[in-house]
Design a protein around this ligand. Structure first.
Ligand SMILES: [Cu+2]
Length: 539
């Protein structure tokens, strides 16, 4: 239903189209040129409408909802309310949620920092720059750290750099008129050590909804997004964190990539783009694209979520918008297979878009939030876990708050999951924490010693009294997420053996394309139960 000024369906819809029917993508000279360049004549994918006014939708939606008095939990839960009111499920089977708690802002962007804090940010709210906080999942404290200069980093792309700083590419033009949506060419750096925000170098073009992707050499490529409501940002920029410089790649790299393209660094060093109709692989060494297989779904648009599964050879695309509707389906591309082909895997129990996928400490995938109508309609409160080993989905206990458009979800170092945000409704400033069933499955192994940093392909010692029972050792690159797009999460299994006395001898990742440099959460698991993670800097 199109209530309260919220767009009924297409978040990418032009403002006018909200009232006037299906959105039409703005055609631009840039788009046509790039389409010709790439030889990609396929029609705009599902979910690709024109694209201005997200923020307008959100503000209008919130304001209208407040005026209409619909901000109650009951109103938000809608038809899913009975599920939330059901008897508590057994946490050993369905996990357990905390009640919603106040985070003081809408967690539109979330980054897991190696300090153990979570960086959350949103658009400016009567502050000089974007609102931001550090949330401490251990103490529960929330510390305000807004930008102290005029910049709106909402709508930027995020990459956690090898040293743990956060690089943010682009964003939203500061205090732009409400009916306009434009990007900025600025980049922004956040230093967890000092909580300081600083300006980075300037990109060649303004970008709104770009994706930044870290390469194995620790540099970052910035893809896609739009310059404004009628012009795509087609060039690719390269950020070198050690020199703090930005350069623009040759024209062979240029491509229309829409909004927050879902990109994954593969173990071959190629960057795979997988959420639209056709898969593409970008070769950073040559700045040239290669065409891969078509998705079985025909493309899942800009509301799907995707994840690189443990093992690092399979990319999974989950839900999203297919033929105009939210879907339950999921598909997997096995990069080690020949010929390359997407294959359908088991469907979720619920159709979703604007959901998030979180790699859990045991290598399973939690899909949380999302809904089936518009930006905030028909929320799905029941998360589900995909087990890659059995290709099955298991429903979890329902959460209290809808977490659809502008929601986020991250794995925490203690194995729990923070689910937060959605820019609509009375619970929009809240988060909830989910404890997966593995936290109710027996005693947790403990890491009593681990190195603070490791290189590649080298042995290192993990001290643990549980050495005899450890069944899995993994490094999980901490996540950074917005708009159902997680830029950083990655699950890297390690080989290991017990040393027979006080710990394990593990072997670090073979190279930086398996585990790009940066901070990882080291988990050991016993009978499927993870330890609390130890932070390790890889590279
Ligand atoms: Cu948005």
């Amino acid at each position: 239903m199109r209530g309260f000024g919220v767009p009924a369906d297409n978040e990418q819809g032009l403002i006018g189209s909200v009232q006037q029917g299906p959105a039409r993508r703005p055609e631009s000279a840039a788009r046509s040129a790039a389409a010709g360049l790439a030889g990609d004549a396929e029609p705009p994918p599902a979910g690709a409408g024109g694209r201005i006014g997200r923020r307008t939708f959100l503000l209008a939606g919130s304001a209208a909802a407040a005026l209409a008095g619909t901000g109650s939990l009951k109103g938000l839960l809608g038809s899913s309310a009975p599920k939330a009111a059901a008897l508590p499920a057994d946490p050993t089977v369905a996990g357990q949620w905390t009640a919603p708690f106040d985070l003081t802002l809408i967690s539109i962007h979330a980054v897991m920092l190696h300090t153990g804090k979570v960086l959350l940010f949103s658009w400016p709210n009567n502050t000089v720059g974007s609102d931001a906080v550090l949330y401490d999942p251990v103490s529960g404290s929330v510390t305000s750290i807004p930008l102290n200069y005029q910049r709106d980093i909402f709508c930027g792309g995020m990459t956690v750099l090898p040293d743990g700083r956060v690089f943010i590419a682009g964003g939203h033009i500061y205090l732009s008129p409400i009916l306009r949506t434009e990007g900025v060419a600025n980049t922004t750096l956040f230093d967890p050590a000092s909580s300081a925000w600083t300006e980075g170098p300037t990109m060649d073009v303004a970008r709104w909804y770009p994706t930044s992707a870290q390469l194995g050499d620790g540099t970052v490529r910035i893809f896609g997004g739009v310059m404004n409501n009628s012009t795509d940002a087609i060039t690719v920029d390269a950020y070198d964190p050690s020199a703090n410089t930005l350069t623009t790649l040759p024209a062979s790299a240029s491509k229309v990539m829409y909004l927050y393209p879902r990109l994954k660094l593969t173990t071959s060093g190629l960057v795979a783009w997988t959420n639209m109709g056709t898969t593409y692989f970008f070769n950073p060494a040559t700045a040239v694209w290669a065409t891969g297989p078509r998705l079985t779904s025909g493309g899942r648009g800009e509301r799907d979520t995707s994840v690189l599964l443990p093992g690092l050879t399979k990319i999974m695309e989950i839900g999203g918008k297919v033929s105009g509707a939210a879907v339950k389906t999921a598909e997997i591309l096995d990069l080690s297979a020949s010929p390359l082909a997407w294959k359908t895997t088991a469907s979720m129990n619920f159709a979703r878009w604007w959901h998030n996928a979180v790699l859990l400490a045991d290598g399973t995938v939690l899909v949380v939030g999302g809904g089936a109508s518009g930006a905030y309609g028909a929320p799905v409160l029941t998360p589900e876990i995909y087990d890659p080993a059995s290709a099955t989905w298991t429903q979890m206990a329902p959460q209290a708050a809808p977490r659809m458009y502008h929601s986020t979800a991250l794995l925490l170092p203690d194995g729990r999951v923070l689910s937060a945000g959605q820019s609509h409704g009375s619970l929009q400033n809240t988060g909830e924490i989910f404890s997966p069933p593995y936290l109710f499955a027996g005693p947790r192994p403990t890491i009593t010693g681990a190195p603070a940093s490791i290189g590649y392909n080298q042995q290192f010692t993990i001290t643990t009294p549980d050495f005899a029972s450890i069944g899995r050792v993994a490094l999980v690159k901490a996540g950074s997420v917005t708009h159902s797009c997680n830029f950083d999460q990655r699950y890297v299994d390690l080989t290991y053996q017990s040393n027979g006395s006080n710990g394990l001898t593990a072997t670090s990742p073979p190279d930086s394309n398996h585990a790009p440099p940066g901070w990882y959460m080291l988990f050991i698991l016993s009978s499927g139960v993870p330890s609390v993670a130890s932070w390790v800097q890889v590279g």
